[in-house]
Structure formats: structure tokens, C-alpha cells
Design a protein around this ligand. Structure first.
Ligand code: MG
Length: 257
């Protein structure tokens, strides 16, 4: 009996030694250093910022209107842009219709300034109505909502008939409003539906009105947004037929993203 017990212990010791002999040795984890999570290339391009005082654009922007001419624009029918350039600004000419950029864009950062003239009259949608169409499809409303209420999904800074702005940050007629628009173009599936909807961030006078808001589809005056497959498109400025004195734009530039 004693012999069997001793033999068993010896066998177990032998097995244990064999298993230990088979354990692999791996290199130890390398010690983390700060430099391991830092990379230096590629360096972002150097861009010289615009000068707010002189209304100049950043160095890599495409200047769409610098106060002198509308050579980057045309009417919707392809004829020369028929709005009125004077005193460094361009004033909407309602009878000549919308104007659009000759160039088409995908995702972008767009800067423009606009002003409803002093003494403008009218109520609701009939006071300084214009608009910025992104890729020619989706309207960001431009309207003089200074002490002038209208339906909220059609007020200044709305995605027209879709999403109201977060706040109303209008300056008085005669003063200049600044729009900075960051737009992400949609991606479509083959069947024409959205894989990724278009998105927009809108800042007016330094205040966020749309925060990466999803755009639901085309801008429709009557009815609901439609999903229409499209590629790059123009920036289109609206000549709305409201009877008020027309508004003006200035200092328009765009950066492709
Ligand atoms: Mg409009």
C-alpha cells in the first residue's frame, strides 16, 4: 500500500514537471511611452485666416463675391447673374430670379453676410425673404425676423419647412448678419434613398442655430421633403417674390471640405 502511494506522488510530480516544461515564454509587453501615441505627419496645410475688419477670406477659400462682380454666378437659366452690384454689396433683383454659383460643390464651409435695409416693411414671410440653397436642393431660410414673427419652421435660420433654429439672433434692419454654414453632403444608396442624410451646422452672428442637423429631403413649399438622388450642386441664392425692399449680400466665400 505504501509503495503505491509513493509511486502515485512520483507520477504526479513528473506530470507537473512536464507541464511546466511546456509553458511558453513570450516577450514582455513593451513599456508605453508618450511618444508612442504621437504622430507628426502629415502636417495640416497652413491657412492664413481672413481679417474680420476688412472682410477678407481665409487664404484657401474660393471667393464667390468680393464686392466687385458676379463672375462666379449665373441666373438659374444659365444667363449672366442679374442682381445689382453696388457699393461692395449685391442686392437681390427679384424680377431677374435666383442666382447660383457656376461651380458645384460637395461638402463645404460657406460664409456670407446679409442685411435687410433700414426702413424695410412687411410681416411674417413678406419681409426680406431670401434663402441659401445648399447643393441647390435644401434651403436655409434668410428672412428679416427682427421683431417679426412667422411660422417657426420657416423663420430665419430654419431648414425651411423642416427644422426651426435654436434661437433668434437677428440684428436690426440696416445692420449686417453673418452666416457660417458647415454642410456635409449626403451619400445615396443605389436605389436613390439616403445612406447618410445631408447634415448642416449653421452659426448666425456667432451663435449656433443648427447643430449638425439632419436634413430630411428637398425643400418643398407645399408638401413634405422628398428624397432626390443628386451629386455636387451649386450654392443658390433665392430671389423671393415678397413685396418688401430687397436685401443685400456681401463677403461670400466657400471652402471645400
Ligand atoms: Mg426664403
Amino acid at each position: 500500500m505504501k509503495n503505491i502511494f509513493v509511486f502515485s506522488l512520483s507520477a504526479m510530480a513528473l506530470i507537473s514537471m512536464t507541464v511546466n516544461a511546456q509553458e511558453k515564454k513570450y516577450p514582455e509587453q513593451e513599456k508605453m511611452t508618450a511618444g508612442m501615441s504621437e504622430y507628426w505627419t502629415p502636417q495640416p496645410r497652413v491657412v492664413t485666416p481672413g481679417d474680420i475688419k476688412t472682410n477678407t477670406a481665409p487664404s484657401d477659400a474660393i471667393v464667390l463675391f468680393d464686392g466687385k462682380d458676379l463672375s462666379k454666378w449665373q441666373n438659374s437659366d444659365g444667363k449672366a447673374a442679374g442682381w445689382d452690384v453696388h457699393d461692395g454689396v449685391v442686392t437681390v433683383n427679384k424680377k431677374n430670379g435666383d442666382i447660383r454659383t457656376k461651380e458645384n460643390f460637395g461638402s463645404f464651409q460657406l460664409h456670407l453676410e446679409w442685411s435687410a435695409p433700414k426702413g424695410i416693411e412687411g410681416t411674417s414671410q413678406s419681409r426680406g425673404n431670401s434663402g441659401v440653397y445648399l447643393q441647390g436642393m435644401y434651403e436655409i431660410q434668410v428672412l428679416d425676423n427682427y421683431q417679426n414673427e412667422t411660422y417657426v419652421d420657416g423663420m430665419v435660420g430654419s431648414i425651411y419647412k423642416q427644422t426651426p433654429p435654436l434661437v433668434n439672433v437677428m440684428r436690426k434692419p440696416g445692420e449686417w448678419n453673418v452666416y457660417d454654414i458647415i454642410y456635409t453632403a449626403p451619400v445615396f444608396k443605389e436605389d436613390g434613398s439616403y445612406l447618410y442624410r445631408p447634415r448642416v451646422t449653421l452659426i448666425q452672428n456667432g451663435v449656433v442655430l443648427q447643430n449638425n442637423t439632419e436634413i430630411l429631403g428637398t425643400t418643398e413649399y407645399i408638401g413634405f421633403p422628398r428624397v432626390v438622388k443628386h451629386g455636387d450642386g451649386p450654392i443658390l441664392l433665392q430671389a423671393h417674390g415678397d413685396p418688401s425692399i430687397p436685401i443685400s449680400y456681401r463677403n461670400i466665400w466657400i471652402r471645400k471640405l
